[in-house]
Design a protein around this ligand. Structure first.
Ligand SMILES: [Zn+2]
Ligand SMILES: [Zn+2]
Length: 339
């Protein structure tokens, strides 16, 4: 069962990397700073000084400045998955008689995803500048809880419109700021949140399509090889039917690359499904990720200070699901009355 241990280690590493990356994309940079300090404290004495400086510089560039590292990683992982899909799964499945429409679905979704990915990377998220500042001040009212009137951004020197935030990575204020996404190397705000949501949905669809075709292919191979009916001789010399683990082991030894690709795809699917569900909840309640975290943290602070002072934040921006959805698809600032 060595292969299973290896496979589980691989799954654990992939899962940890993805959870860390998603956590990072939700701006929990304090967590990364703490981890890097902890690691430096533990292994620092064993590493030469020049290497420590180089690692610290690289981490600073990675975490606090705009860079294309995650963008390149994202494309590299996609090339690896689609490379394996095109190299083995697609031709073998075609031989087994799978219909072309099913086999081509991952490519169609890939084109759609690339389009929204490009828009997410290059579009204006809603940058606040002196020219549009006055107009943006009128869009949302200050709720008096998360957004106070007349707060000035110390960098941009402009009064912050309600629901805006200064992105420390991009060094600019963004209207209806959601978060800074390292995977697209851009802020997600009022004007590109719609592209980001479509990007998430198509990415989830890609993982689902590649995973479904691959699982179907492996099941078909197992059935054609009569693996479920196979028997083995146990310690007492009796014949017993093989279990699911044996079938997985057999498939793993026959198609190792496909199994690795499937493991990664399934992990991505479940993580993306959770993240998409979180964003669906935000859309339904007209909140941004920033507001959700701000409220969660402010609530935690209040509970720490006084257990009786646990107020609920009155979300004044929530106008019902349909109107919230319209606000995402057609941002207020792009509507005629605001031009
Ligand atoms: Zn600013
Ligand atoms: Zn940003």
């Amino acid at each position: 069962m060595d292969f299973l241990i290896l496979f589980l280690i691989y799954l654990a590493i992939s899962l940890s990397c993805m959870v860390v990356a998603i956590k990072f994309s939700r701006q929990s940079r304090e967590c990364f700073t703490r981890i890097s300090h902890h690691v430096t404290w533990m292994i620092g004495p064993m590493i030469p000084r020049w290497m420590q400086v180089a690692v610290q510089y690289a981490l600073h560039r990675l975490i606090h400045q705009r860079n294309s590292f995650f963008l390149a990683l994202h494309l590299l992982l996609e090339v690896a998955v689609y490379g394996e899909y095109s190299w083995e799964v697609f031709p073998y499945s075609l031989e087994l008689g799978f219909t072309l429409s099913i086999l081509l679905m991952p490519y169609i979704l890939l084109f759609g995803k690339m389009y929204f990915f490009y828009l997410c990377c290059t579009s204006d998220p809603g940058i606040i500048s002196p020219s549009n500042h006055k107009q943006l001040l009128k869009v949302y009212t200050y709720d008096g809880t998360l957004y106070q009137y007349a707060r000035v951004c110390s960098t941009c020197k402009l009064v912050k419109p309600a629901r805006s935030k200064h992105c420390r990575v991009c060094n600019r204020c963004v209207h209806r700021f959601d978060h800074h996404c390292v995977w697209v190397n851009n802020c997600i705000g009022a004007l590109n949140i719609r592209y980001f949501l479509f990007y998430l949905v198509t990415l989830l669809g890609m993982a689902a399509a590649v995973g479904t075709v691959t699982i179907r292919f492996l099941v078909q191979v197992a059935l054609m090889s009569n693996l479920p009916q196979a028997m083995y001789v146990n310690a007492e010399g009796e014949h017993e039917p093989v279990g699911v683990l044996f079938i997985v082991q057999k498939l793993f030894l026959t198609f190792p690359r496909i199994l690795f690709m499937l493991g990664f795809t399934l992990l991505s699917f479940f993580l993306l499904a959770g993240y998409s569900a979180f964003h669906l909840f935000l859309v339904m309640t007209n909140q941004t990720s920033n507001e959700w975290y701000k409220y969660k943290n402010s609530c935690r602070c209040r509970v720490d200070n006084s257990r009786t002072d646990r107020r609920t934040w009155e979300n004044v921006y929530h106008r019902g699901f349909i109107t919230n959805m319209k606000e995402i698809i057609c941002p207020v600032t792009t509507q005629k009355r605001f031009r």
